[in-house]
Design a protein around this ligand. Sequence first.
Ligand code: CA
Length: 435
Amino acid sequence: MFDAPAPGPMFRSLAVASALTLLSSCADAPAQNPASAPLSQVSQPVANPTATPAPPRAALPALSFSAWRDGFRREALAQGIDAATFDHAFAGVTPDPSVINADRSQPEFTRPVWEYLEGAISPYRVRKGQALMAEHAATLDAIEQRFGVDRETLVAIWGMESSFGQFMGDKSVIRSLATLAYEGRRPEFAHAQLLAALQILQHGDIQPGSMLGSWAGAMGQTQFIPTTYNSHAVDFDGDGRRDIWNSSADALASAAHYLRASGWRNGRPASLQVQLPQGFDYAHADAEIRKSVAQWQAMGVEVGPQGAGLTHESASLLLPAGHRGPAFLVLDNFRAILKYNNSSSYALAVSVLGQRFDGGGQIAGSWPRDERPLSRSERVELQESLAAAGYDPGSPDGIIGANTRKAIRGYQQRLGWPADGHPNQDLLERLRKGR
Ligand code: CA
């Protein structure tokens, strides 16, 4: 999805979702209010256009769309939305079948993390980001002054979210969210976003016809969902409107405001690439295990010169592709990026892309390119096999979260294998034989 220089935001959010299932040990404990496109986060990344057929469509809602809309209108008006605002927003709105298809698709194949990163940190994106940092230097100076978030991170997020504002989604946010609230998989969530979207319209920041976004309702250059917009969007250029669609100053400042509120600490990196010593116990690579950088160093982790001055910072060890691939210490700012989008590969891409803008961010070591990521059905089989072997990987949903990683580690330890919690074909083969 990043092979083309111009990924659309729907594909972006699917790509980002990959991280959840592929890498993130946070998948079992998603952030409460991720800023962008959380509706897509339960879905899988696409490695190619082939996907399993969508599951049988659930029974149609008991209400017709117009009856649902009328009930929702009463509720919206009770919540303070003007009748005129509501009726203008909903004029001609019907359910969008493409939104339901996107919501229900469960892509079978997952891109390897190294391919995801190579796409996210493409030479095109690095050059474009560098040019935009020069072009918007004065605005970025002012945003850094006000919010204490560095320009590299902001421009990296801008590139990841919308290819610097080039691809923001072209679907009506009201129509998409109304569709999802009416018959999506997470109707309560969509319902809350739809109310928030009406509040934005009522505030006068944007007109309904211009309120465009992804199928999941992520909007503008920052791909904010409506609740995040209402809590954190900023009018930075001073024209009286929070316009994250057309004003890059508003969009970048809004992202900075959100990161600041998510615990961003100025002047610190989000991630550091590290080298692990021989014989290292990979079971320490767990998002729930935090140690100071100095404690990791005492365990033999080589941080390199970029770790100078960071010895007291709290960090977790991330192995994006298991013990055979590169290792990273991830710091508090990594967790702030996860609040934006709860995916460790997304956060790593933002961090490394930001470093690339300054000429750094070269990833040393090699990826295990001979490994093919488990497909969705293989991940389900892995979870079922782990359960049959006496472990507790959680429900067999194909999502590799903290519980599944813990189960994998337990099984790896029983076999005497490196306990990195990383699912791969060898592990699945071993479980099949052990059955
Ligand atoms: Ca503005």
